[in-house]
Design a binder for this molecule. Structure first.
Ligand code: ADP
Ligand code: MG
Length: 481
């Protein structure tokens, strides 16, 4: 049961109890007062009528007594009746009574009054009879007793009517008071409380978007709402502070990444210097081998050597660029068919794949034209395929998909490996983040993404149910006529 209903019910019960108690008390007090009044009135009535009867029947003549009693005022405020007892040798005997008086017999009280020769009052014995009065008749020689009985029946009727009215009034006022209390508590207490509750509930979704509590109702609730608003403001301030701190941390992290990249570039330069010389030797030998094969007309071997030579040339170009400009070679943009590049690289990696017991397929063979440096695509694809080969166990598969729409061309590499480890996922594309300990450099993905972005594209990890999927996007290339 809600607060306002409880209060309404309680007030109703209290109102009923209070009104009833007050009614009972005042009825009791006025009854007592009236009883006292009746006593006085009864004595006065008995004595005045005794004098009247003594005058009308000085000797106690029965006919005269009855005649006098005929004028007895039976119905006053209370109902009264009178009986006259006369002394006879056989004791007290009733010789007359007022109209509508009940027949009564003399009691010890009557005899005592007669013996004492003065008016006696005692509490009545019958129902609704508070007082009985015995007045002595005959002076100086008493000859009898006038017994007066006063009935409070009317008073009781009146009291019970009053009581009924009071009960009715009690219930009516209880309903009125309960309604009033219910309405006021729901207005002053329940409504502001419910509003405050709803406002607080909305703060669950985030304090910043939560509304301030409206100040309404009595001062206590306004104070509560004010305190809630202060709390909310403090929380918002704290949340903003922690957001700012998180942003700072991210910035620091990024700066660290740049530092590591710079370090990597320095190391790469040193490597390039070391690699440059043997590479040139390898290149020279390969060129000689190519010339020999061409002279011998050995076409398949020639093609293979040419493929290797092209890759060595590319590495040599990178090394040269690194040593010369201390930067990556500027991309030479041209329309490049991603599908063709993928075909070429798959052919190049065929021996490595076969050795590892893996299969790699190109799903689409339609051209996917991008505007980019083909060397870049080769390098990114090599990095991705190298990672896939390292992640897969014999029997594993790699699928390459290519495609293009109005804005961009794309190339996807999907493998059936174990997927990204939690640590790799956490530091994705960060330089030097590797799970391969001594065997990995953690540079493949970082460099690939940098190259893709430098060409106006991107490299992203595509969430998948199984294995790992990478997607390289590049600006679309318009075909030449
Ligand atoms: P490296 O391979 O030299 O460690 P990369 O930048 O190429 O560095 O890759 C970073 C990490 O990403 C790897 O150490 C590996 O944990 C994870 N990773 C990359 N490609 C895959 C893949 N195809 N399957 C599972 N994990 C991969
Ligand atoms: Mg790698």
């Amino acid at each position: 049961m809600g607060l306002s209903r409880r209060l309404a019910l309680l007030t109703a019960v209290m109102a009923v109890l209070l009104v009833l108690a007050a009614t009972e008390l005042s009825t009791y007090l006025s009854e007592e007062e009236r009883l006292d009044d009746y006593r006085g009135e009864s004595i006065a009535l008995a004595e005045s009528w005794a004098a009247l009867l003594e005058h009308g029947a000085p000797t106690g003549d029965a006919a005269a007594v009855q005649a006098a009693l005929a004028r007895w005022p039976a119905e006053r405020l209370a109902r009264t009746q009178a009986v006259v007892f006369a002394t006879t040798p056989a004791g007290l005997i009733a010789i007359g009574r007022s109209p509508r008086a009940d027949p009564v017999t003399p009691t010890a009280n009557d005899s005592a009054a007669l013996a004492a020769e003065h008016t006696t009052v005692w509490r009545g014995s019958g129902r609704s009879v508070p007082w009985e009065v015995a007045a002595v008749l005959g002076d100086p020689h008493p000859w009898g007793i006038l017994r007066v009985t006063v009935s409070t029946r009317r008073l009781e009727d009146w009291t019970s009517r009053e009581r009924r009215r009071a009960y009715l009034f009690a219930f009516a006022s209880a309903i009125l008071v309960a309604t009033g209390v219910g309405v006021l508590t729901s207005r002053w207490v329940a409504r502001p409380l419910a509003l405050l509750g709803r406002t607080m509930a909305r703060a669950h979704g985030g304090v910043e978007s939560a509304p301030s509590a409206r100040l309404m109702g009595p001062e206590e609730f306004r104070g509560l709402a004010r305190r809630y608003n202060e709390l909310r403001d403090a929380l918002v301030a704290r949340e903003r502070e922690s957001d700012a701190r998180a942003a700072l941390l991210a910035l620091e992290e990024r700066a660290r990444g740049y530092d590591r990249l710079a370090l990597a570039e320095q190391t790469a330069t040193e490597f390039a210097h070391e690699i440059g010389t043997p590479l040139n030797t390898v290149r020279g030998h390969l060129q000689l081998l190519r010339d020999d094969l061409r002279a011998a007309g050995d076409q398949p071997e020639l093609e293979r050597v040419q493929l290797v030579l092209a890759q060595v040339d590319r590495v040599a170009a990178i090394v040269r660029a690194r040593l010369g400009a201390r930067a990556w070679p500027a991309p030479a943009l041209r329309v490049t068919d991603l599908t063709a590049v993928a075909q070429r690289i798959l052919q190049f990696l065929d021996p490595s794949l076969g050795q590892a017991g893996l299969s790699a397929t190109l799903e689409e063979t339609v051209p996917a034209l991008a505007s980019c440096d083909p060397a870049l695509v080769e390098q990114v694809l090599l990095n991705l395929l190298k990672n896939a080969i390292e992640a897969l166990t014999p029997g594993g598969r790699v699928v390459i998909r290519t495609g293009a729409d109005a804005e961009q061309a794309w190339l996807e590499v999907a493998d059936t490996g174990p997927g990204l480890a939690a640590q790799a996922r956490q530091h994705l594309f960060e330089p030097f983040a590797t799970t391969k300990e001594g065997a990995g450099t953690g540079l493949g993905l970082a460099v690939s993404r940098r190259l893709a972005r430098a060409s106006g594209g991107d490299l992203v990890h595509v969430p998948s149910a199984r294995g790992t999927v990478w997607r390289l996007t590049l600006p679309v290339g318009e075909p030449h006529d």
